[in-house]
Write a protein that binds this ligand. Structure first.
Ligand code: GLA
Length: 374
């Protein structure tokens, strides 16, 4: 591949969520950050009616017809780009024929939002190659629509929003009810964020995800019979305690997680602003425990990885990040001890699980970037 053969290089980020897990679709606040791991698209106009897709690491080439964008839903590699292009087009934007070479450094199935990075970069590349300006918030909303309506995952807005709107060295404190946002500088003092993948083979994530979502919707409906709220995130933990008697079993547990996780996000944002790493670490640990015990989205692999991290003296806190059921953890670790921390965690993880976890070398980067090549 020669960069000079293409007109633009467009990237969109993977993301790590620092805290606020499984609350975006309940109207809560989340605190993700864009990563320098990203999907890059090299793009050039081709004067045809087709978007020709190719990948740097796959021996596959697929051409999608701009007039039949709705017919690629079952195409393994083309569905995300085609769905994104369709949503962009249906929103009234221009889509022109082009060649797109994808180069993705976000590991697939890692819980770091490779799919959001693909959707968002596809739309940004289509806009750019057609000479249109784009609004990253609209890009995120349409990318998520593609995920819902084309790819069948009933996700919240967090991943696509972070992928499109991230800012170098900042977390995004995003209110998923109003889409108001605040960039919070990631100033961790002597500490660093360390991301590890438990490498559990992914299965059934989507159906379990949709099931959790349905449980929170059931909780909301029941709570609305006794209190006036529009989403679970409207309840403080105290207000929840007063009305929670209408819930029972798993549905109670799921709602309790959401309400308490929203409170942890408030506290974590405050802790980050005042540089209180100890409190931030404690909140990460509490979030993981709640995702394990109340929301039940961790599993032995993520629990082992988080617990190994938490037991290291240089680690202030560790939690799973993303949808769960596999994927990654994020840990807050004293910068000078990161290497010994990694060895320690790898060793404990391998002894219990039987295979290796993997650490990623990445940093907090920007959302979408566009570079003119020619
Ligand atoms: C996935 C979804 C997000 C969010 C997280 C859990 O990443 O795409 O919308 O719900 O899970 O916090």
């Amino acid at each position: 591949m020669m960069e000079k053969d293409y007109t633009y290089k467009v990237t969109a980020a993977g993301r790590v969520n620092l805290i606020g897990e499984h609350v975006d679709y309940c109207g809560g606040k989340v605190m993700p950050a864009a990563l320098t791991l990203c999907n890059t698209i090299y793009v050039r106009p081709n004067g045809t009616n087709f978007i020709n897709l190719a990948w740097t690491d796959l021996p596959v080439k697929i051409s999608i017809d701009i007039d039949k964008l709705d017919s690629y839903q079952n195409e393994k590699y083309a569905n995300y780009p085609a769905g994104s292009a369709l949503m962009w087009k249906n929103a009234g934007h221009k889509v022109i024929g082009c060649d797109m070479l994808h180069d993705c450094s976000v590991p697939f199935g890692s819980g770091l939002s490779s799919s959001a990075a693909i959707e968002v970069s596809t739309i940004a590349a289509l806009a750019t190659v057609a000479g249109e300006a784009f609004d990253p918030v609209e890009v995120a909303i349409l990318a998520r629509k593609a995920e819902h309506e084309y790819c069948g995952v009933n996700c919240g807005i967090m991943d696509q929003y972070a992928s499109a709107n991230g800012k170098k060295n900042h977390a995004i404190l995003l209110d998923c009810k109003t889409l108001e946002r605040e960039f919070v500088p990631i100033k961790l003092g002597d500490y660093s964020l360390v991301i590890a993948n438990c490498k559990k083979p992914h299965n059934l994530v989507e159906s379990k995800y949709n099931e959790r979502r349905a449980e929170t919707e059931e909780a909301l409906k029941k709570l609305q019979t006794v209190t006036e709220i529009s989403c679970l995130a409207d309840l403080t933990p105290d207000a929840f305690a007063e009305v929670a008697h209408v819930l029972s079993g798993k549905v109670y547990d799921r709602a309790k997680h959401v309400v308490e996780e929203c409170e942890r996000v408030r506290q974590a944002a405050a802790a980050m602003k005042r540089g209180d790493m100890r409190v931030l670490g404690m909140l990460l640990n509490a979030s993981h425990a709640s995702l394990r015990d109340l929301y039940e989205v961790t599993g032995v692999e993520l629990d082992t990885l988080a617990e190994a991290a938490q037991s290291h003296p240089a680690c202030l806190g560790s939690r799973m990040t993303g949808a769960g059921f596999g994927g990654c953890t994020v840990s807050l670790v004293k910068s000078s001890e990161v290497e010994s921390f990694k060895l320690y965690v790898l060793d404990r993880y391998r002894k219990k699980i039987g295979y290796n976890a993997e650490f990623y070398d990445t940093a907090i980067g920007d959302g979408i970037t566009v570079t003119k090549l020619n």
